[in-house]
Design a protein around this ligand. Structure first.
Ligand code: ADP
Length: 353
């Protein structure tokens, strides 16, 4: 079975406009890779290049060791699930799931095996009791399960999921996310490429996340790496919330709004302008290391936390504070602080302009 996906400098253009620019990315065998980015950033195009529905103008696509760039979609052995389920309305659930297997010409899949695989795929997705129904007799969530069963029935080495949950309501989505995580555990050899614009889906499900913007890969890493040590502003703001403070590198640390802050500047040159990324939940109220003062402009109660918006010399700083017994009032003058190790210095403009 082929497994693993490799994009080797894959460029795709429509009518001369490049919508995927030189993508280099490897999805390991058994790995879930999320392609995360805003609408129009090229995620679906990348997925379609793997499926064989678009042809790169340059670069190659590999499944395992096999260069599939010139193969038609049906010869790639890929399972694919898209947002709109795309079930055949006139076919019962079991026949929808059997479709890919019946369509196989050489070698033909024996009937008994088709039956066994359909049963297996429906059981994996919790849909065995619905085999005789038509798609119109199912809810949206159930239809999506059938679409997943259909993709799994061919026992693909690679599963492509394109915003599979976006047509479902919030509660169903969270249930299906857990289901997908379970399916992945049951299929440890299948590589999954998962397109989403939803960071929660990516953070929950993916082993690694490839962050896309403006046709380019901006960053790739584990959710934890991207969250704790983003390499550029786009990644910092797209994966989790971020305070992005304009700073100037000093001999030691940086200067922000006239205040010296102790942070690791690595090899940044003194005088250089950069951006300091501090996560709102790592900002504390009151005095401490790296203290700055400002005025409270907004307070949002969010159940477990209060989110404070604080104006520091014309810059907005967000602080997500837990267990706040007596929150400050609008207009109050407050001091905020953060630990030096909780800030990440980003070079200005790197990777995104
Ligand atoms: P995403 O999945 O990140 O939302 P897409 O890969 O679907 O982004 O699209 C990337 C860009 O390519 C968008 O600007 C989109 O309008 C354009 N595009 C997608 N498909 C076509 C097509 N068939 N013809 C022309 N342009 C397209």
């Amino acid at each position: 079975m082929t497994s693993g996906i490799r994009f080797d400098s894959v460029t795709v253009a429509y009518d001369g406009t490049v919508v995927l620019a030189g993508l280099d990315l490897t999805v390991e065998s058994g790995e879930v890779m999320a392609l995360l980015g805003p609408s129009g950033s090229g995620k679906t195009t990348a997925l379609r290049a793997v499926a064989g529905f678009v042809r790169p103008v340059s670069g190659r696509v590999f499944l395992g060791d096999r260069d599939v760039t010139d193969l038609p979609p049906h010869r790639r052995g890929i399972g694919m699930v898209v947002q709109q389920y795309a079930l055949f309305p006139h076919l019962r659930v079991e026949d929808n799931v059997a479709f890919g297997l019946r369509a196989r010409k050489a070698p033909k899949v024996p009937r008994a095996e088709i039956r066994a695989r359909v049963t297996e795929a429906l059981e994996m997705t919790g849909m065995a009791a619905y085999a005789r129904r038509y798609p119109r007799e199912l809810s949206g969530g159930q239809q999506q399960r059938v679409a997943i069963a259909r993709a799994l029935a061919i026992r693909p080495g690679v599963l492509l999921l394109d915003e599979p949950l976006s047509a479902l309501d919030a509660q169903l989505r969270s249930g299906m996310l857990a289901e997908l995580a379970r399916l992945h555990r049951e299929l440890p050899d299948v590589s999954i490429l998962y397109v989403t614009h939803d960071q929660i889906e990516a953070l929950t499900l993916a082993d690694r996340i490839a962050v896309m913007d403006q046709a380019r890969l901006q960053a790739c890493g584990t959710p934890r790496e991207l969250y704790r040590a983003p390499v550029n502003e786009f990644t910092a703001s797209f994966v989790g919330n971020a305070n992005l403070l304009p700073v100037t590198v000093a001999e030691k640390g940086v200067t922000f709004a006239g205040t010296g802050l102790a942070v690791d500047t690595a090899d940044a040159a003194p005088g250089a302008r950069a951006t300091l990324c501090v996560r709102p939940h790592l900002v504390g109220l009151g005095d401490g290391p790296n203290a700055v003062t400002g005025t409270v402009t907004e307070i949002q109660w969010r159940g477990a936390t209060h989110r404070l918006h604080v104006d520091v010399d014309g810059h907005r700083l967000l602080a997500d504070l837990r267990e706040l017994k007596s929150p400050p009032a609008l207009g109050d003058h407050v001091t905020l602080h953060f630990a030096p190790e909780d800030a990440v210095l980003l070079a200005a403009g790197v990777g995104h302009d």
